[in-house]
Design a protein around this ligand. Structure first.
Ligand code: AMP
Length: 277
């Protein structure tokens, strides 16, 4: 992600997928900002909590190189900051999150706007968990229109309610690298320990039964209307979220294929136009 206004370099300890600008704000530069290839992928992932958006965003990042931008990750990172460093709005946001409720649009937008460099980034993005309300979708649309940046597609992951609840209640996350496991469906090799980095696995506070119910209600009330919003703009793609992460990823790639061909054709067209000039 690119940053503006003489950004500080992220520390040497940051790896290249560290999302420094997203986590630290626009005054931090990511160590490896991809060079523009003219048509970066700019995706929004939709779907109820637990459908696996975070895992798909990770896989899409590996394949398309577009950065994984999760607002949930931002709130979880903020909740670990020292109390004296948290603004009153952020402290209130933590309470909403703990209860499984949506954080108010104004707080979410403040955070995303502060990181608008990530939206402009030449490497593109995979937005996970944002937008989550019609208000947020309108704000994102306005920001992108003012920058002349188009969205490539919006992928909506679909899964029956019973499976969503089973996934959420068994989900375990690595506290270091954020890899997601499932207590019974996708357990780590060693119980409680991440296969990738040996980090400790934990259950998110909002994956407890009382919060799951609230989160699913919030999804139905506030986020599900975005499906129609993006269908009307012709950007929506529906993907069944059943099966392994790899199955779901393959389905996603198939859905995105026409976009890839369209983008390739556009590049050839642009090159031909340039030669004619
Ligand atoms: P997630 O990891 O995307 O499931 O997000 C975890 C929690 O963070 C949500 O249940 C909300 O409390 C909060 N949150 C994350 N993104 C948003 C958003 N775009 N709008 C409102 N609340 C959000």
């Amino acid at each position: 992600m690119a940053a503006t206004d003489k950004p500080q370099k992220a520390s040497a300890s940051h790896s290249k997928h560290d999302r420094a600008t997203w986590f630290q704000g626009s005054s931090w530069a990511c160590p490896d900002v991809p060079q523009s290839n003219g048509s970066p992928w700019r995706l929004v992932l939709l779907g109820a909590p637990g459908v696996g958006k975070g895992t798909q965003a990770y896989l899409l990042n590996q394949r398309l190189k577009a950065c994984h931008l999760s607002t949930g990750d931002l709130f979880r990172a903020a909740s670990k900051a020292k109390e004296c460093d948290q603004t009153p709005a952020m402290k209130a946001a933590m309470e909403y999150m703990r209860r499984g409720e949506l954080v108010p649009d104004a707080t979410v937008w403040e955070m995303v706007r502060e990181r608008s460099a990530c939206i402009r980034c030449a490497g593109g993005f995979v937005l996970d968990g944002f937008p989550r309300t019609l208000g947020q979708a309108e704000l994102l649309k306005r920001l992108m229109a003012s920058e002349g940046i188009p969205l490539t597609a919006v992928v909506n992951y679909e899964l029956p309610l019973a499976e969503i609840v089973a996934r959420l209640s068994g989900r375990r996350t690595c506290e270091k690298c954020k890899t997601v496991y499932h207590a019974t469906e996708r357990p780590p090799k060693v119980a409680g320990c991440c296969d990738r980095c040996d980090g400790k696995l934990f259950q998110r506070e909002d994956d407890r039964p009382e919060s799951i119910k609230v989160r699913l209600e919030a999804y139905e009330r506030s986020t599900a209307p975005l499906i129609d919003f993006y269908r009307k703009s012709g950007l929506l793609m529906q993907v069944a979220a059943k099966g392994t992460p790899e199955d779901i990823f393959q389905r996603t790639v198939v859905e995105l294929e026409p976009q890839r061909i369209g983008r390739f054709a556009q590049k050839l067209w642009d090159a031909a136009e340039n030669r004619r000039e």
